[in-house]
Design a protein around this ligand. Structure first.
Ligand code: PMP
Length: 441
């Protein structure tokens, strides 16, 4: 078995981190969508640095952009002092954004991690509005720092400590399958809007008017749940009417993954603040806020941090955006996403353990439930985290890396690089089918 092999594997001596425990392999080499482990087994990687590697591993032009920059004499650490590389990155990022947002935008570098961008967004929103509370959604994931974890609506193993800061209100996210109102589709989403608007209009509701509402246009860690476009538009209207800032966290769903440059674009509206990280740095650590100039309440140097000027990430980030546009990879993500979705839907039609195939573009998820059709007390299919883990493990044994997620750990998540081929997607679909068949008749 894989476990026996792993015990004999010198690279798997220390069981100190969560990912190796669930994805027990030691990577020796990687290229494109493929990973080779130290035993020489090949894997198709649909996790890809949690969506960080838009162009896959070791893209030759990305690697060359690092070497070129090192050889050009540009420094790789400048705090946040402007450089040629930084200028180029900002121009490239702004041209990747919708014009209406980019024309009036400030770009703020925030440090290496996504959580750094979210922390900066919280701070900016509080400073601009003079208010001290935030609102976030059930199922949300925004990072692992105190402030970001306070907005975590996804209480699985990643967030056992709740209530780190007591200034966050949680609002219902439009999760059709497990809607708090017992309504599926748009009806449940409309009820969530009604709740939000009702509470914000009621001074006695206990909800203090928040500085901002933060939302992932497609929840990732929370189980790959897209917010409907009309719901986002209504959220924009409500926040505007109440003078509340709207923050989109596209750290995971941004940069082409959903078949749009940014997931929010489908809704036709823009946020006040956009948080970006992961793929925006082309595989190297970087996070950025893009926000409307009108809410720029910071004095120069007011939001600082030593490692906010990762020059190599600016080079790889700019190059990544350039290649995505040049090679039409957003369009490819759309088409390839449809293909994967249809394939997964076919698998779902042949088994009783998939309650839903959902997502957008190449950011997809399948929710695994008890295959005997049992229902919980709310009349919903019962999430099956053990079966999910077993399918994940069987897929791994067959050469497919996929991540798990969801509030109950019962969603298999697909987040492959934008360059994944149709042939590779056939492998993904067949492998999932086989991995399920190991456990479910
Ligand atoms: N926001 C979202 C939507 C994320 O998916 C993540 C990471 N999974 C983060 C924030 C935090 O990013 P990081 O892990 O780089 O701090």
């Amino acid at each position: 078995t894989l476990d026996e092999l792993l015990l004999s594997q010198e690279h798997y001596e220390s069981d100190v981190r969560s990912y190796p425990r669930r994805l027990p392999l030691a990577i020796a080499k990687a290229a494109g969508v493929l990973v080779e482990d130290t035993r020489g087994q090949l894997f198709v990687d649909c996790l890809a640095g949690a969506g960080t590697l838009a162009l896959g591993y070791n893209h030759p032009e990305i690697n060359k952009s690092i070497v070129d920059q090192l050889e050009s004499g540009l420094p790789y650490q400048t705090l946040d002092i402007t450089t040629v590389a930084k200028d180029k990155f900002i121009k490239q990022l702004l041209s990747f954004l919708p014009e209406s947002f980019a024309n009036n935008a400030c770009v703020q570098f925030c440090g290496p991690t996504g959580a750094d961008a979210v922390e900066a967004a919280i701070k900016l929103a509080k400073q601009t509005t003079g208010r001290n509370t935030m609102a976030a959604f059930h199922g949300a994931y925004h990072g692992m720092t105190n402030g970001t974890m306070a907005m975590m609506g996804n209480l699985n193993t990643k967030s056992r400590r709740q209530g780190l800061m007591a200034d966050v209100h949680f609002l219902p996210f439009p999760y059709s399958l497990r809607c708090p109102y017992g309504l599926s589709g748009d009806e449940g989403a409309k009820q969530s809007l009604r709740y939000i608007e009702r509470m914000l209009s009621d001074d006695e509701s206990g909800i203090q008017k928040p500085a901002a509402i933060i939302v992932e246009p497609v929840q990732g860690e929370g189980g790959v749940i897209p917010a409907p476009a009309f719901w986002l538009r209504e959220l924009r209207r409500i926040t505007q009417e109440h003078g509340i800032l709207l923050i989109f966290d596209e750290i995971q769903c941004g940069i082409g993954k959903t078949g749009h440059n940014f997931a929010f674009e489908e809704s036709g509206i823009t946020p006040d603040i956009l948080c970006l990280s992961k793929a925006v740095g082309g595989g190297l650590p970087m996070s950025v806020l893009v926000f409307n100039k009108e809410i720029d309440s910071w004095n120069p140097g007011e939001h600082t941090g030593t490692f906010r000027g990762n020059q190599l990430a600016m080079a790889t980030g700019a190059k990544t955006l350039e290649i995505i546009e040049r090679d039409g990879l957003v369009e490819h993500a759309h088409k390839a996403g449809m293909y994967l979705r249809r394939g997964l839907e076919k698998v779902a039609a042949q088994t009783s353990c998939i309650a839903e195939v959902r997502g957008k573009g190449l950011m997809l998820g399948i929710e695994i439930v008890q295959s005997d059709g049992s229902k919980n007390k709310f009349g919903e299919p019962v999430a099956d985290p053990e079966l999910t883990a077993a399918i994940q493990r069987s897929a791994l044994e067959r050469g497919l890396i996929i991540e798990k997620g969801g509030r109950q750990g019962s969603v298999l998540r697909f987040l492959p690089p934008l360059i994944i081929s149709f042939e590779q997607l056939d492998f993904v679909i067949n492998t999932i089918k086989e991995a399920i068949e190991v456990h479910v008749e």
